[in-house]
Design a protein around this ligand. Structure first.
Ligand code: NAD
Ligand code: DAU
Length: 351
């Protein structure tokens, strides 16, 4: 018997595919519906290993299409929603902000409205989990950490759109009583990471002997979490988080970009059997990202104390697993970097 029906949006993307896999494998008694428009970032290859499971269904739908979203909710009658579908890359948000408003803001409101439409007579056992980012808090100086009480201060069109979607999620709780939880996570890395983002882009470029583009002076700091550990945090908060609460997710793992890329070069040289110091020579400083936030760092005390959350791997282990995955899945990398990726890359890294 089906115990819960859960609609996961963005499940063929990077983090969403790990969340879908975690839920499909861990909860055979749940029916998992993966709703995704399959943009350039969505790839059903990411879920090949679970696509035939009886508790899994894929629905191709665009969250900006309100009418279609209502139809999907009426057909599948989910008890829970885990919302990850988004335009997720900061650099793309600088060249095309409207696409981010459409999917991240309008798309989120469409999902909230559809959930309200089918749940409004009885919220018992229902939950809308919105997956957000630490970027909504803006930037830190050299010290301090983002807590759940840090004021929102987004700087890029991406983070502004995510902040706006977070506000709408809370507005649906305050106005209509919709049972919501929000997670704000730091930078993820791991298998299936699209190679427009720093770590997979550098892995791809090292494999192809291409420059490793470092924005500005490379002293920008990010707080990195292995993607499977983000999926585990989502599972915990979805099931045990307090309705109406936000949880920051991270692993207390800060790296300056330049040090991170040097560590990646070292591990890649070892794994590829190249002399130490080979890949690091590919590092190239390029013009900075406009509005580039200096430092993100998550205080993950609340999720640790309230829900007992801890990441399962160290950064060194996670990075090693990630590199191994990319080395063993070069077809995946070749597929996603053919076609539109080339055009994006030329425009983004010209001059
Ligand atoms: P991604 O870009 O890899 O995947 C996004 C997915 O959403 C893709 O499968 C895409 O096809 C789908 N999608 C995009 N527009 C859609 C639309 N209009 N309708 C339906 N589906 C659509 O993103 P990701 O890195 O996996 O991020 C997932 C979520 O987690 C996002 O909400 C992001 O803001 C958040 N997040 C990401 C990180 C990170 O480091 N990547 C960290 C914290 C939070
Ligand atoms: O903090 C969470 C966020 O992390 C998520 O909400 C976003 O969806 C996700 O894309 C990520 O955003 P970032 O902008 O931090 O990730 P990105 O990999 O694009 O960049 C990481 C850092 O590396 C950042 O300081 C910019 C820098 N960078 C990035 C690229 C692509 C470079 O120096 N060179 C590059 O070519």
């Amino acid at each position: 018997m089906i115990k819960k029906r859960i609609l996961i949006t963005g499940g063929a993307g990077f983090i969403g595919s790990h969340v879908v896999r975690e839920f499909v494998n861990k909860y055979p008694e749940y029916q998992i519906v993966n709703l995704d428009a399959l943009t350039y970032a969505g790839n059903l290859e990411n879920l090949k290993d679970i696509e035939d499971k009886s508790n899994y269904t894929f629905v191709k739908a665009d969250i900006t299409n309100a009418k279609h979203i209502v139809e999907v909710f009426r057909e599948y009658q989910p008890d829970g929603v885990i919302h990850l579908a988004a335009e997720s890359h900061v650099d793309r948000s600088i060249s095309d902000p409207l696409a981010f408003v459409m999917t991240n803001v309008i798309g989120t409101v469409n999902l909230l409205s559809a959930a309200h439409d089918i749940w409004k007579d009885n919220y018992e056992g229902k939950r809308f989990h919105h997956v957000s980012t630490d970027e909504v808090y803006g930037t830190l100086g050299e010290t301090g950490l983002f807590t759940e009480n840090t004021a929102y201060d987004p700087h890029s069109p991406y983070s502004a759109s995510k902040a706006s979607s977070d506000h709408f999620v809370r507005a649906y709780q305050d106005t209509y009583g919709l049972p919501i939880v929000v997670t704000n996570c730091s930078n993820n890395y791991g298998p299936n990471h699209f190679p427009e983002k720093l770590i997979p882009l550098c892995i791809h470029n090292i494999l192809n002997g291409k420059p490793l583009p470092i924005y500005g002076d490379g002293k920008f700091t990010r707080d990195w979490l292995y993607v499977v550990d983000h999926a585990k945090a989502i599972d915990l908060v979805f099931h045990q988080g307090q309705i109406g609460d936000s949880y920051n997710v991270g692993g207390f793992n800060e790296w300056q970009n330049i040090d991170l890329v040097k560590e990646l070069c070292k591990q890649m040289d070892e794994k590829l059997g190249k002399p130490t110091g080979t890949s690091v020579q590919l590092i190239t400083f390029v013009k900075d990202r406009p509005g580039h936030d200096l430092r993100y760092a998550i205080d993950a005390t609340k999720i640790n104390k309230e829900l007992g959350y801890e990441p399962s791997v160290t950064f060194e282990q996670g990075l090693s697993k990630t590199i191994d995955w990319f080395l063993n899945n070069q077809d995946w990398l070749d597929n996603v970097t053919s076609g539109g990726y080339q055009k994006y890359y030329e425009i983004q890294y010209q001059g």
